[in-house]
Every structure is written in C-alpha cells, then in structure tokens.
Design a protein around this ligand. Structure first.
Ligand code: APR
Ligand code: PHB
Length: 390
C-alpha cells in the first residue's frame, strides 16, 4: 500500500487534516486503533474559536455547526458569591466563540470522510511508524490478524497523548515540558436545559465549578475534585448538591437537575513536546501538547496545528517548497505556548490548590476583582479566550 500522507489517529486532528488534504488533492490514509463508536464515545470540551470555525468551513464540514452551534459573545466569572459578565464581543471588537461539542465536530468530519469514500482503517493494532528519518517512511500495522505495510512521503502523528508517534522518537531528540495539577474535573452530561445561556466559571472556597452546555436542552457541568476520588463515589444527587453549593443564589435556584448520561473524572495536565517535527514525522494536536481544560483550548490548538500542517504539505506538493515543512514546528510552538500560558493561568486563577490556604484564596479574589474592573485586564482575558490570531 502507498499514499502521500499516512495519518495516525482518527480524532479531530487526524480527521480534519485528512479533509483539508483531500480538498487539496493530496492522498492520505488514516490508521486508527479504535472503532468509530469508541472514538465518538469520548466526551470532550465544546468551545470553538473563530480560527477553528473558519477551518471547519474551509474543510467543508461547517453546515451542521452553523445550524446547531450556539454563538456566545460573553461568559461569566463567579467569585465571592457573585457573577460578573465578560463581554468578549465588545472587548475584542466583535469576536465570538461557538459552543459545539467536540463529539459533534468529530462526527461531522467522519461523515464527510465516509461520504467522500476516503480510506480510514479502524481497529488497527500493532501500529508502528518507521524510517521517518529518511525519505521513505513506513507505517506497519495489523488488521484482523493480517500484517500490512503503508509506504508514504510523510507521517502525521495525530494519535493523541498516548499515541505511538511521539513514543517512537529517540529520547535524545525530544524535550518534554510537563506540569501536573493536584486535582481533577468531575464532569456530568445531562439532558436538562443549561442553568444560564452563557458559560459560568466559578471560583469558590469549595473548589472550581463550570456550567457549560451542548445545546439548549443538554448541559455539561464540571466540579473540581480530588484526584483520589472515584466516579462511583459520586451519585447524581451528590453531584447536583455540590454544584449548587458552588453557585450563586440565583443560579442555585434556577438549576434544573436530572439523570446524568455521562459522568467521568479527568486529570488536569499541561504538556508540550518540542520539537513537533522529526524528519518526515510531524506531530499535531494532543500527540504534541496537552492543556488543562479551563478555557477549552485543546481542540482549538489541534485545529491550528492541522492548518499549518495542511498548508505545509500543500506548499510541498504544489510548489515543491519545503518552507512550510521546515517552519512547521516553530510556527506551531509559538501559538501552543501562548495557549499553554493562558490555560495554566486560567486554571491557577480559578481552582483551589491544596497548599495555597486562605492567602491563596484572597489573592485569587483580588485578581478576579481586578480582572472585571480593569478594561486592560478583561480585554486580555477576552482576547485569549476568543483565540489569538494565527
Ligand atoms: N495507532 C493508531 N491510532 C491511535 C494510536 C495508535 N497507536 N494511539 C492512539 N490512537 C488514536 C486514538 O484512539 C484517538 O482516536 O489517535 C486518536 C487521537 O485522538 P485525540 O486523543 O482526540 O487527539 P486529537 O485528534 O489530537 O484531538 C485533540 O482532543 O483531547 C482533546 O483537548 C483535546 O480537543 C483536543 C482534541
Ligand atoms: C465544555 O463544555 O466541556 C467546556 C467548556 C468550556 C471549558 C471547558 C470545557 O473551558
């Protein structure tokens, strides 16, 4: 088997790259370890920056997003028992975000790929990437017990944090930067109307809470929890009670509860691997970097990597230029580190840290007070939240 670009991983990064390459007339095969249902079963964040919206449009998969996605021009910060609106739209000169779940983005990309008859090999096992330091990289894998070999010009490592691509790079060629946070997020998805029409990020002495949504009838809520907590410990009742405890009186009153349709605990991590290119192997999305979910930058960063990578390959095939390929890692990392900084900062501002004590809480409240009263500070928050330019 031969293709131009072998894409490892059919998450949003791999699927979006596949779609953009297809539009440019570049052949790609996607190799995915899991089944389509498994991929669609993962619930992740749901806030798209304009850059990501534009890219999904460019890939030809924006129709349902524009129909069903919710355009948000602001969000609320809750601290010391009161909510304060950050008017992103006004603060950024008219920019918004789109609330549309990553699961839906993935589904739209999968449907488009299937409709175009493009090759995706699901449930591939023993995937390995080889010879990417030379001109003829190879991907080997097994499917239904049969071994296959895929020859290609380039390998795109879109296989997430636990993938095989980054792990195949010699240790001496890569530097990892990592920060682990001493808490997790307990998330609940429920078919109840959202408590507010915009997102609420809450800083409380009991820990962080987030009120988000997937639609006007489906809510997504999160609570900061100790890493030692197990999801089985959290009944729906316990979750709703604790969420109410972290909200302001009006929201507490308005909150509509119901049975959870998904409940999970996710650890929080900041991680960057440098560089993002090793010969003919390119890392994109979670394979190269992770942000804590506060601010929902993960998918947006994946989308901007993919944009840079797709245009690098287009330049290579259309103009025989390696300029885009050669600058890929540096271009991505400049944007990645800014989103890492923002996600770390927003996480640090909103969560309870075990050692921080009363002093830490007071300093957070002072910073939040400054944020809502200083135009410069709220503008900086809004500018980062809607997404920095490419
Ligand atoms: N071989 C083939 N596929 C693999 C392998 C492997 N060895 N290892 C992992 N994969 C697949 C996973 O099963 C998964 O479907 O790669 C895919 C990676 O998808 P994601 O983890 O969703 O990563 P990415 O596409 O970069 O999406 C980034 O996901 O975690 C969120 O916040 C993040 O929103 C961001 C987005
Ligand atoms: C979500 O809806 O899952 C979500 C929204 C905003 C965030 C994080 C997660 O900052």
């Amino acid at each position: 088997m031969r293709t131009q670009v072998a894409i490892i991983g059919a998450g949003p990064s791999g699927l979006l790259l596949g779609q953009l390459l297809h539009k440019a007339g570049i052949d790609a095969v996607i190799i995915e370890r899991q089944s389509p249902d498994y991929v669609l079963g993962r619930i992740r964040a749901g806030v798209l920056e304009q850059v990501s919206i534009d890219l999904l449009d460019e890939a030809g998969v924006g129709t349902r997003m524009h129909k069903e996605g919710l355009v948000h021009g602001g969000f609320e910060l809750l601290f010391k028992g009161q909510r304060h609106r950050i008017d992103m739209n006004e603060l950024t000169g008219g920019k918004n975000v789109m609330v549309y779940g990553q699961t839906e983005v993935t589904r739209d990309l999968m449907d488009a790929r299937q409709a175009a008859g493009l090759p995706t090999i699901y449930e591939a096992s023993q995937v390995s990437v080889q010879d990417f330091d030379g001109k003829h990289p190879v991907v080997r894998f097994e499917k239904n017990g049969v071994s296959h070999e895929l020859q290609c010009d380039f390998i795109a490592g879109c296989d997430g944090f636990h993938g095989v691509c980054r792990a195949s790079v010699p240790e001496s060629a890569i530097t990892n930067y990592e920060k682990i946070y001493p808490f997790g997020w307990l998330g609940v998805l429920a078919d109840v109307p959202p408590v507010s029409h915009e997102l609420i990020y809450a800083n409380t002495e009991r820990g962080f809470a987030l009120c988000s949504m997937r639609s006007e009838t489906r809510s997504r809520y999160y609570l900061q929890c100790p890493l030692s907590d197990k999801v089985e410990q959290w009944s729906d009742d316990a979750f709703w009670t604790e969420l109410k405890n972290r909200l302001d009186p009006e929201a507490r009153e308005k909150l509509i509860t119901g049975p959870s349709i998904e409940k999970s605990i996710a650890p929080l991590r900041s991680f960057v691997a440098e560089p993002m290119r090793f010969g003919q192997l390119f890392l994109a999305g979670d394979a190269a970097h992770i942000v804590p979910p506060t601010g929902a930058k993960g998918l947006n960063l994946a989308a901007s990597d993919v944009k840079y990578l797709a245009s690098a390959f287009m330049e290579f095939y259309a103009e025989k230029s390696t300029a885009g390929i050669d600058s890929y890692s540096e271009r991505c990392l400049r944007r990645v580190w800014k989103a890492e900084r923002f996600s770390w900062w927003f996480t640090s501002l909103m969560h309870q840290f075990p050692q921080a004590g009363g002093f830490g809480q007071k300093v957070q409240e002072a910073e939040l007070d400054y944020l809502i009263h200083s135009r410069a500070a709220s503008q900086s928050l809004a500018e980062n939240y809607v997404g920095l330019p490419l």
